[in-house]
Design a protein around this ligand. Sequence first.
Ligand SMILES: [Zn+2]
Ligand SMILES: [Zn+2]
Length: 703
Amino acid sequence: MSTRLTLRRRSLRLFDIGAAVLFFGVFAQQTELPQAATTALSELAAQGYRIPSEDDPVRVFPALTGGDFSGHHAGGWRPGSIYLRQHPQGALSETIYLRHELFHEVSHRSCGGRMPGWAEEAAAMHFSGELADLEPSAWPNDAELQGMKTRISHGAELDANDRSLLGRLVVDAGWPKEPCSQSAKLSELLGEAFDQAGGHAYLLMSLLSGRILERGGDIDSRQPPGSLLKIPYAAALKQANPEVLSSELAASDTDKLAQRHEYFQTERYRLLLSPVREQKLPVQTTPADRQTWRTYLGERNTDGDFALQASLPELALAMRAALLSKPEYFRGLSQNGLAPNSTLFGQNAADKKLLRQLQALAKTGTVSTGDGQPLVGHLLLAWPATHPVFLAIFRQRGMSGAAVLSKAAPVLKNWQQNYPARFATVRVRLLTPTDPASWEARADCPELDGSLGRFTLCGQFHIVSTARGSRSERLVSGILRQTAGNGPTVLETDVETYVDSVLAAEAQNLTGSGREAMRAVIAWNGSHGSHRHADSGSLCDTTHCMVFLGELPSDKPRRSSRIDIELMQLLDKLAVETGLNWLPFANGGDQRWQRQISANELQHIFAENQILEIRREHRKDGELFIRLTYPDNEEAISCEVFRNTLKLPSCPDTVQNVGNQAWGFQGIGAGHGLGLSIVRAQALAEAGRSAEQILRDAYGQSR
Ligand SMILES: [Zn+2]
Ligand SMILES: [Zn+2]
């Protein structure tokens, strides 16, 4: 303290040479530095910068050697204060460093934070004279620039290597004279922190299958997810008290989570994060290296950089894997917003109420500048808490993860309407004649085990089936559960994926409103049909329920096709009115039937003199036809038309000439006539009926 007072008194004597810059300690005795300061400030004032004044001076202190500065950077600056090392190493003098730091001071006073960090640094280097002896050199290549570009995009401080690259760029490209301006060429090259984050981005994913159900904004740009990394970190803990752990997660308590290092399984953590392509997680670290350890929890490393940056789809797949692998660790995240120390506690009451209605688990992540300005915020939600089926991630530039909730609320309200959890899931038992051991995950999409069942990182299982008559290769998306006592394996998938697969197997040629009606019936049965096979609480994958063959390996990327909730609600109503818990197709049911029809009668019905042969015929697209052979020609008619003509209960499974001038037909299917017929649905659609009218026609009481 006493030294400081002495220095202060001495500084008063410097009034005459420029009270705008006050020198302390050893600098107070020098004359060279104050003169350099006066020159620098008059140059900057002439350029149009606002400079320090007697009323609002800047102070210059000697920096202790061995302080925070590297050998490359012998000066430091905070608003109002400059720290200089005496006799800096290297070729540059104290005056050059003083000019550099003075530039930061006037830029701070003049530019109002409009210049990105790298541009201010470039301008300071340009102004100080430190680049004066540098010859123009070759323009750095992409590989050389990559590190700096990444750090700039993360809002990290430039390191010594970046600064020397930046110096080369400024020498080559020059720097504009106008105050607070930046080189257009370099701006285009280097950009701004979080420049690509766009405004708002979000996606909704099925937690079961990994299918993206909805998306908005720029989901593809890569950003560091901040504290969302605490989710896979927690999932990689071998053991933990779930209640305590989830309250630490809700509060995003980095210190407490870091203390759990004893149970942290690095390999598991890496596996969960493997959907994220751009990562450089520390290869090896120890809890003693605190800063590096904290990068596992989403913080900056010692370079001010982030270990990982992810697009929203990559991030969602990693979060899905973490949530599925240790669901019990995360149930307590439903308290986020309710618990006073949780990150969402301070948010709008109506928005928090919406989270409670959805029964959402919530976790926030925020990436900030060194002085706490939020650069990008993430909000992760999964619901309903007891058995989550939806996963949503929202991202917003310039906002904390908690504040993102207010932006997310209108989208969530919409989803609450359009994605009710009760229609979200289909349980279907798979490929009963196949050995589950032949079902394998792909190498680039490893399989994991969770308490809910088996799942893969990308959502899909690749199945090689040896069953006769079955497609040999197929893909299914979802979670596989083994039912008790070595019972059948049940796939839990999302309703959209199930509907697409059944449509592909049962009615790929149906179009327009007929297809919409069919989609609704499949979705309704799929999400209500677990009573069909009570032992496994699931549907089967054969005609007894609805044919489900999974997705073809060659299928194009899954198109987004949403279930129409209004049609689903109509089916709810029609099912209640007719007392149905399963909506039959016109040739559905499991009643065996057989009929004999005399050749005479058949010839009369088809107006032919003679019928030589009647054969069933499977077309490549799965449609069933009946081929009738006459003495001098033949015809193939849709089996649906054939059976309507003969008033058979359903399309026959076998057709035989039974002798005695008669044909025998056998089949399976209730003859009640109720339900959606594909042929009729197509005909009604072509006649201009809406999906709603087609459903009323199939299942309404007034048919
Ligand atoms: Zn600087
Ligand atoms: Zn069945």
